[in-house]
Design a protein around this ligand. Structure first.
Ligand SMILES: Cc1ncc(COP(=O)(O)O)c(C=O)c1O
Length: 437
């Protein structure tokens, strides 16, 4: 059996555990997942395969959603099962939330999450989003005045405000790596990382996928620099799981915070946090004071149906196959790159190489042709095509924390997922070409 098959059969075991605990509530869901798996396995070509997958989504026929980078679309079977769980929850709240009912399924979701990211269950926390995970890590590190945090000028506020808070209130010093653009070779980044680290550096905090450009950070190479120096490598993985087949051990990161409501297509308000066992004595969020269990004295009461929905979304991905999902996101991304490259008013700011790219493509727009906000609004209002205007650093805190020029790209970001199609990409590119002609 191939390595990937072993991994996904482990994931199925965790999903099956949820079903065993909740047999009657999960029966219909299990049948739907099995049907999907069988149909995916039987599909003779890509066109039929992805049309079949698309039928699992409730997206309005007119809506073209190219923005999983902001928020994903949850499959219908997950929504339906979650609604059933919500109804059941209210039929006997105490037993369902704390007792022998639905609550029993939560630990299996934590195991599923661990398998999904290649970690162990006691390295995983089920959170609400990346921002929460990053905050738990930043506060849990108990940094001292003068300790340094190295990050980049391309981070999202959700992965950066936590450090800027420590800079403002606890005397932590920030350093910002100015991201090269374009990146044509990972050495450009590695040289800058190595050059900015010093004896006071305690943390390097980088996004797995750059929210502006879609660049995939060479984390394993960065880990080879940070780990021997005992610098904690913190990763904002908001854009990773569900788009890429993420393996946190292979990436070499010490912590990884992500948002499952983006590419993993989980219910809104679902996130994951990985804290590598070997750094758990250095990263001690108070929320984990009484342990890593889903419900704990310090974590408190949870939204059980939503947590089970989180697990179901992972089961949905596993039924299709995580490598297949990644390949599809990337294939559509390549098509976006190929088509938009033909439009003279646009210039690609996403790296071309497979290892440095992802399922998000960003093009800078010639300012003489208009602003990205105009393009975004026109596409949304006239065609129901949802793109994303991308500007620069998303620091939702006062500017004085970010020294130096902030990047400003007047750019448009396109996220392609398994419910998108070649036809949607072709139409978007044609309309964009006409608009910018
Ligand atoms: C890189 C990155 N980090 C953090 C976030 C914030 O995610 P959330 O609002 O789910 O915490 C985003 C959202 O787009 C992001 O792209």
């Amino acid at each position: 059996m191939a390595c990937k098959d072993v991994i996904s059969s482990k994931g199925l075991a965790a999903a099956a555990a949820v079903v065993q605990v909740l047999p009657e509530a999960s029966e219909a869901l299990e049948q739907q997942v099995e049907r999907l798996r069988a149909d995916v396995g039987a599909a003779t070509d890509d066109v039929h395969l992805w049309r079949r997958v698309r039928r699992e989504f409730s997206l309005n026929p007119g809506v073209v959603h190219f923005n999983c980078g902001s928020i994903g679309a949850t499959p219908r079977m997950v929504v339906d099962a979650m609604c059933n769980y919500m109804r059941r929850c209210e039929s006997d709240p105490y037993d369902e939330v704390f007792g022998k009912g639905l609550a029993q399924g939560q630990a299996a979701v934590q195991e599923q999450a661990a398998e999904f990211l290649g970690a162990a269950a006691d390295e995983m926390v089920l959170t609400r989003n990346t921002t929460e995970g990053m905050n738990l890590v930043a506060t849990g590190l108990h940094l001292k005045p003068g300790d340094e945090v190295l990050t980049t000028n391309h981070e999202h506020g959700g992965g950066m405000a936590c450090w800027q808070y420590l800079a403002k209130h606890q005397g932590v010093k920030m350093r910002y790596l100015e991201m090269p653009n374009p990146v044509t070779d990972k050495a450009q980044i590695l040289e800058r990382v190595a050059g900015l680290i010093n004896a006071r550096t305690r943390v390097c905090s980088f996004s797995h996928i750059d929210t502006i450009t879609g660049l995939q950070m060479p984390l394993a190479d960065i880990a080879a620099i940070t780990r021997p120096k005992e610098i904690v490598l913190v990763c904002d993985g908001a854009q990773g799981p569900g788009m890429l087949d993420v393996d946190v051990k292979a990436l070499g990161v010490d912590t990884y915070a992500s948002s499952s409501h983006k590419w993993m297509l989980a219910p809104k308000g679902s996130g994951l946090l990985y804290i590598r066992k070997e750094v758990q004595d250095r990263v001690q969020p108070i929320m984990l004071y009484s342990g890593y269990a889903v419900y704990s004295g310090s974590g408190g009461t949870r939204n059980v149906p939503q947590i089970l929905g989180h697990g179901m979304a992972m089961g949905f991905h596993n039924a299709i196959g995580r490598t297949k999902v990644e390949a599809r996101c990337r294939a559509l991304s390549r098509l976006v790159r190929a088509r938009l490259r033909e439009i003279p008013a646009l210039s690609l700011i996403t790296p071309e190489q497979e290892a440095l790219s992802s399922g998000m493509v960003t093009f800078a727009l010639d300012p003489a042709k208009g602003t990205n906000a105009e393009v975004f609004n026109h596409f949304k209002d006239a065609y129901n095509i949802i793109l994303k205007p991308a500007q620069g650093t998303y620091a939702y805190v006062p500017e004085d924390h970010v020294p130096g020029p902030r990047p400003s790209y007047n750019a448009i970001r396109v996220s392609t997922h398994i419910f998108n199609s070649e036809d949607e990409v072709e139409r978007m590119a044609e309309l964009l070409g006409k608009m910018l002609a």
